[in-house]
Every structure is written in C-alpha cells, then in structure tokens.
Design a protein around this ligand. Structure first.
Ligand code: ATP
Length: 227
C-alpha cells in the first residue's frame, strides 16, 4: 500500500511568515506529500492570546497561500472559542479522510521538544506521523537528528523518539500513522514575534513574509504597538 500523505501545519500564524511557508514547502517536497493543510488555531492552549483577531489571522493565512494549489487553508479550529487541541483536530481529520490515509503533522524542532506537554500527546502517534523540520544551520544539531537537544528532552518523549524514528520518508507512505521523521530544511531566522516587534518599531517587514500579508498588516494597522 502506498498513499501520498497529507501534511498538517498548525500554528497561531500571528502573522504567517516565510518560515512557515518554507517549512511546508520542504515537507511537501522531501516527503512527497499530496498537500499541506494549514490550520490556524483558535484559542491556543499553550500560549497567550494572539494579537490579531481570528478573522485577521485567517485572512492573512488565506493571502499567503493563494496561488499554490498544494497549500490548503483549513478553518476548522479558528472559529472555536474553546481551546483547540491537536489531538481533537487529528481525530476529526482521521474520521473524514479514512483509516488508511497517511497524515503527517509537520512541526519545527522547537515545537517537537515540547510535545510531551501537549494534551494527550501519546495519542497523536495513533493518528498521524510526526515530521520534525530541523533548521539545518542550527549549531546545536552537530549534524545529528535533533542534535544533543533530544538527550536533554523529557524521558518519555525521548523514548518515543527512539522507538519511532523512521529512516526515510518512504515509510510515511506505507502506514497511516506512528512514525517520527526528521527532515532538514534551511534555517530562516524569522518569527512572528520578531515581525510584530519590528513592525511596532516602524521597521520594514517586507521579504520576511509574502507581500500580500505585509500589505494587509499595514492596511489594517496591525502590530503597531509593542506588547
Ligand atoms: P511566535 O513568534 O509568535 O511564537 P512563530 O513564528 O514561532 O510564532 P508559530 O505559529 O508559533 O510561529 O509556529 C508554528 C510552527 O511553525 C511551529 O511548528 C514552529 O516550529 C514552526 N516555525 C516557526 N517559525 C519557523 C521558521 N522560521 N522556520 C521553520 N519553522 C518555523
């Protein structure tokens, strides 16, 4: 059995930027994904309330994805008032897409190392593969998957990592869920926090994110004050 997996990228996207888009593009190409679904979160359970409204984050994500048929906007989380847990989103996607469809949850190495703090995190492996997008120039990596960071990570997370580590993306096509794959991508030192701060100081934010998103931020006077 070989079915092209569907990638899933969740985030606050406050705002979406080229780091997110590059992550998705690298995942798409390196893992031969059928598509990547971008899922802006509603009320993020792990962090402070977003600065832009749900509608504005949705608008910016839509603008960023336009023109790329492989990038799909998924609105299922953003309109919910209660905290959105990834495990619930994946359960809903699994019910919609069927038991055989491989799903790949894409995330940065920073997010992966905190996975053990997520709601019902061990259940995630029953629902999807996890693809850890490692920023290649990360000095801590020493050329090894996740470098020394995994040795300092939570012991249960480390055990799952060691048991589930896949040698190649091909494995993601032969099973619906359960593997962890580490994929290298070029490091782009871009963060939504950095973009908001730069904008608040009156600095130019172009080339860190798509022009359409930068223009939207300017038009709607988003992130004008530093928080
Ligand atoms: P903030 O600065 O507000 O924390 P962020 O830019 O880190 O936001 P998130 O929405 O928190 O964006 O991130 C969503 C996902 O994108 C996470 O898995 C994160 O690891 C990944 N990510 C964020 N920035 C980058 C980047 N520059 N390169 C690759 N992946 C990134």
């Amino acid at each position: 059995m070989s079915i092209a997996p569907i990638g899933i990228l969740g985030g606050t996207f406050d705002p979406i930027h080229n780091g997110h888009l590059r992550l998705a593009q690298e995942g798409l190409e390196q893992c031969n994904l059928a598509a990547v679904r971008f899922i802006p979160c509603g009320t993020p359970p792990h962090r402070d309330a977003p600065h832009a409204s749900a509608q504005q984050r949705l608008d910016m994500t839509r603008l960023a994805l336009q023109g790329n048929p492989a990038f799909v906007l998924d609105e299922r989380e953003i309109h919910r008032a209660d905290p959105c847990y990834t495990v619930d989103t994946l359960t809903a996607l699994r019910a919609e897409l069927g038991a055989q469809q491989p799903l790949c949850l894409l995330m940065g190495g920073d997010a992966f190392l905190m996975l053990h703090t997520w709601h019902k995190w061990e259940k995630l492996f029953e629902l999807a593969h996890i693809v850890v997008m490692q920023r290649a120039a990360c000095p801590s990596s020493n050329g090894r998957p996740l470098g020394n960071a995994i040795n300092q990570a939570d012991a249960t997370l480390r055990a799952e990592y060691q048991a589930r580590l896949a040698p190649s993306p091909r494995l993601l096509h032969g099973a619906p869920a359960g593997a962890i794959l580490v994929v290298n991508m070029p490091a782009l030192e871009i963060s939504a926090t950095g973009i908001r701060a730069r904008n608040a100081r009156g600095r130019n934010i172009h080339y860190l994110l798509p022009d359409a998103v930068a223009d939207y931020i300017q038009t709607h006077e988003l992130y004008d004050a530093e928080h």
